[in-house]
Write a protein that binds this ligand. Structure first.
Ligand SMILES: NC(=O)C1=CN([C@@H]2O[C@H](COP(=O)(O)OP(=O)(O)OC[C@H]3O[C@@H](n4cnc5c(N)ncnc54)[C@H](OP(=O)(O)O)[C@@H]3O)[C@@H](O)[C@H]2O)[C@@H](O)CC1
Ligand SMILES: Nc1ncnc2c1ncn2[C@@H]1O[C@H](COP(=O)(O)OP(=O)(O)OP(=O)(O)O)[C@@H](O)[C@H]1O
Length: 742
């Protein structure tokens, strides 16, 4: 029937009448306006309310949902005769039509191209979307295209090929249905599942989320999880394109059953109705008013369309207006989002550009006048310098515990050649700022002194455990050293207890290295997550990855442990094979404010390319780390190397505490283990109101990097080329004292 959708229209239908739609009829995608004109049809809404519902088919193109708008008038209504100014009333009934394809389930599984979503597919999507890591990533992140990419990928793994945008749009429409059902307060009368077929699933997922903002569901992507994700709205051309891809026909070859459902939530619309020669003002009307007297029951009104039927004209007029308004709204919303995107991109580009220019400018100045790049910090604690005297392997570099704060204009300038720096204050940290950002001002603070502020004092008032209980998830048959290094470093930095969760065969070996560690041989047990979870309430920080290995089952356990940990708001450091997991599934940690990644260059490159789908610019690490952090939801990151770069997406700082030329394996484990402790301290200090203006994860990262490099330097002085990580660990106590307690 051309653009026809509903046929035949039954003469009697209840609040939930099943109609048949023949999918093959839906060959082209008519415009809403077209439908509004063409599918005006009088239908009887005969649920004892004695009302006629004159529905109009008004598809919203929301992936298989249609919204019907209709006008409800009492049965027997004769517009021409009626003079009562209170009547007739217009009620918009938003009718939800959920499609249920009648196809072979096996076929369904693969029939995922196009517009309609099967129930199986929708449920699979909801299962994925409801996973905790996805929810958390969506919650705390404003660029969600990456999350939906992950969702689409997982959906693809289940056999349903969908684009990230299709997933996002589908979720959005489900949320809209859910909200409609929820707002309509239909929970008690059992109608809710008719409005939102997947109500229970949605409720389960969304009730775990922060308080729902109805705006999030009703707005066309403004704010909330859609904002700024660069994906198109579902309600316009793009959705249409998505629908008409391929043959342009509905993907389901057979007939499609459609349910019409009528929520009891009318939206009163004041309109002026012209009936015959009389101009009758129409006032807002609610559903209770619309229940008419049974005495008004009249014989069935013929459904035959009459050109001059005033009600019909009125409806057409009204629908035209509402369609117009809706279209305008979507157009404006889209423009607003695009403008917002452009503004954000321009701001970001400007910052990066400034950064680069200043970097170049100052590096040329500092190369010409190397001695100028460093001046003593006014915030350096007095009497600190002797602490490093003679401790450096190279006397020309200078050895001092001082932290020099460069003059403001050198903040963006990495020290090009420390060997020619005549300043005896050898300990320098350099910063790269995101200029123009609000955070610029707080960067005047001295990071090392910020770290000091977070170190808990040693007093006789505390009991065991108060200064930190750290968990390390890692350790398998191949790698027993890495988790040991991380766990023992945490203890040496100042944690009271250090737990290692490793595989069974690694446990005995790790225990034999040190009686100080608490070792749980659980990682390869069937109930590994439960075993780890038991300990989480007692842990203050978790380090995931050292010596973890890359076995799927173990990575799955690590992933679930991370999720449990996030739910408890515990700082999480991810290193080594933990980063392998994140490269496969970034959303596991994306946007978690207490998450810190510590990649070496190789791990960083893998992660960057996984997220950006293009090679990293190896000439500009500052830019790359900033981009990656932003893509990961402003996650704190440490890119280890000659200078450790640290960022949370808003600024990059560089830690260049002098280390040595010795690169023995395990130094990264020392860093991640100690970072677990620093992260706990920094977040605890921040919660207590200390240094609130600076991201505690950045402070912690700076502390751990400085310490690792200082240990490296000291160990190298003693052992030279034969320095190993165990030697560095021996230096933790004195290095810590020099850096943070002098
Ligand atoms: N004693 C123990 O038990 C220890 C165990 N450990 C544990 O081992 C596990 C695997 O970790 P992983 O780092 O060796 O593996 P992976 O990421 O595949 O990298 C390997 C390749 O990457 C490269 N590469 C590395 N660094 C780079 C850099 N900075 N810049 C550039 N390239 C770099 C390098 O390439 P190549 O130079 O060989 O071509 C190398 O082949 C993990 O669980 C970890 O915790 C370690 O902690 C050590 C102590
Ligand atoms: N070229 C360098 N010069 C000075 N210090 C460095 C250099 N490269 C790395 N480091 C320091 O060594 C520490 C560990 O970094 P590294 O890149 O070795 O980590 P990793 O590869 O993850 O270590 P692991 O062997 O534990 O896996 C960091 O604190 C970093 O600052």
């Amino acid at each position: 029937m051309g653009t026809g959708l509903v046929t035949p229209i039954p003469s009697q239908f209840t609040k939930s009448t099943t109609l048949r739609i023949f999918a093959n009829d839906v060959k082209t995608q008519p415009s809403r306006r077209e439908l509004a004109h063409k599918h005006t049809a009088a239908q009887k809404h005969n649920n004892g309310s004695q009302h006629l519902l004159l529905p109009l088919v008004l598809p919203n193109y929301l992936n298989g949902q249609l919204s019907l708008f209709g006008i409800s008038v009492p049965r027997g209504f004769d517009a021409a005769k009626r003079k009562d100014p209170d009547w007739p009333s217009i009620i918009i009934r938003s009718v939800n039509v959920s499609s249920r394809p009648r196809v072979d389930p096996a076929m369904q599984a693969n029939t995922t191209r196009g517009f309609l979503w099967s129930d199986v597919e929708t449920r699979t999507l909801l299962n994925i979307w409801g996973e905790q890591d996805i929810q958390v990533a969506l919650d705390g992140n404003f660029r969600n295209s990456f999350v939906y990419r992950d969702v689409a990928r997982r959906l693809g793994a289940m056999g349903f090929e969908r684009t990230p945008e299709q997933c996002r749009v589908r979720i959005k429409s489900l949320k809209r249905q859910y909200l409609l059902a929820k707002e309509g307060n239909l929970r008690n009368n059992g109608q809710y599942h008719k409005i939102c077929k997947f109500y229970d699933a949605m409720e389960g997922i969304l009730s775990n989320r922060a308080a729902l903002d109805p705006q999030e569901f009703t707005d066309s992507g403004a704010g909330g999880e859609e904002a700024g994700d660069g994906l198109e709205e579902e309600d316009g051309e793009d959705a249409r394109d998505g629908y008409s891809e391929g043959t342009g026909e509905c993907p389901y070859p057979a007939e499609t059953e459609v349910k019409l459902e009528y929520p009891a939530v009318p939206i009163p619309i004041p309109v002026k109705v012209t009936v015959g020669n009389n101009s009758t003002p129409v006032r807002p009307h609610n559903s209770s008013q619309s229940v008419s007297n049974p005495s008004t029951r009249t014989p069935k009104r013929p459904r035959k369309r009459r050109a001059n039927f005033p009600m019909e004209k009125l409806m057409e007029q009204f629908l035209e207006q509402s369609t117009q308004a809706e279209e305008n709204f979507y157009r404006m919303e889209e423009q607003r989002l695009q403008a917002e995107d452009r503004r954000r991109e321009a701001e970001h580009a400007k910052e990066l550009h400034m950064l680069q220019m200043l970097g170049q400018m100052f590096s040329s100045i500092s190369t010409a006048r190397p001695g100028r790049a460093a001046t003593p910090s006014k915030t350096s604690p007095p009497g600190q310098s002797p602490a490093f005297s003679g401790a450096s392997p190279s006397s020309t570099r200078g050895t001092s515990g001082h932290l020099r704060r460069p003059p403001p204009w050198t903040d963006c300038c990495p020290r090009q050649n420390p060997l020619v720096n005549p300043d005896p204050q050898g300990l320098v940290f350099e910063r790269y700022y995101s200029l123009g950002s609000a955070s610029h001002r707080v960067m005047d603070d001295d990071f090392l002194s910020l770290v000091k502020k977070t170190v808990p004092p040693l007093t006789s008032k505390k009991h065991k455990g108060q200064d930190g209980r750290i968990g390390i998830i890692g350790g398998c048959q191949d790698y027993t050293g890495a988790p040991y290094f991380a766990a023992i470093s945490a203890l040496k930095v100042g944690a009271d207890l250090s737990h290692v969760f490793c595989t069974k065969d690694a446990a005995t070996v790790i225990k034999s290295y040190s009686p100080e560690l608490i070792v749980h041989p659980v990682l390869d047990s069937p109930n590994a997550v439960e075993e780890i979870e038991k300990w989480l309430p007692r842990l203050h920080g978790l380090v995931v990855g050292p010596g973890l290995g890359r076995e799927d089952a173990i990575l799955k356990t690590a992933k679930e442990a991370i999720e449990k940990c996030k739910a408890r708001d515990i700082p999480i450091v991810i290193d080594a094979d933990g980063l392998w997991l994140i490269t496969q599934q970034p959303s596991v940690i994306q946007g978690y404010p207490k998450g810190i990644l510590t990649p070496n260059l190789m791990e960083f490159t893998r992660l960057y390319e996984a997220l950006h789908h293009e090679p990293m610019d190896s000439r500009d690490h500052q830019r790359s780390i900033m981009q990656l952090s932003v893509a990961m939801g402003n996650l704190t990151m440490v890119l280890k190397g000659e200078h450790d770069l640290i960022t949370d997406g808003s600024k990059v700082i560089s830690c260049s505490v002098e280390g040595s030329g010795r690169r023995c394996g395990g130094q990264g484990d020392l860093l991640s283990g100690s970072l677990g402790v620093f992260a706990h301290w920094a977040h605890a200090a921040s919660a207590a109101g200390i240094s609130r203006s600076v991201n505690p994860s950045m402070v912690a990262a700076f502390g751990a990097c400085s310490l690792t490099r200082q240990c490296n330097s000291q160990a190298f002085q003693r052992h030279g080329r034969s320095t190993t990580t165990a030697d560095m660990i021996q230096e933790i106590g004195s290095a810590f004292k020099k850096l943070f307690e002098s």
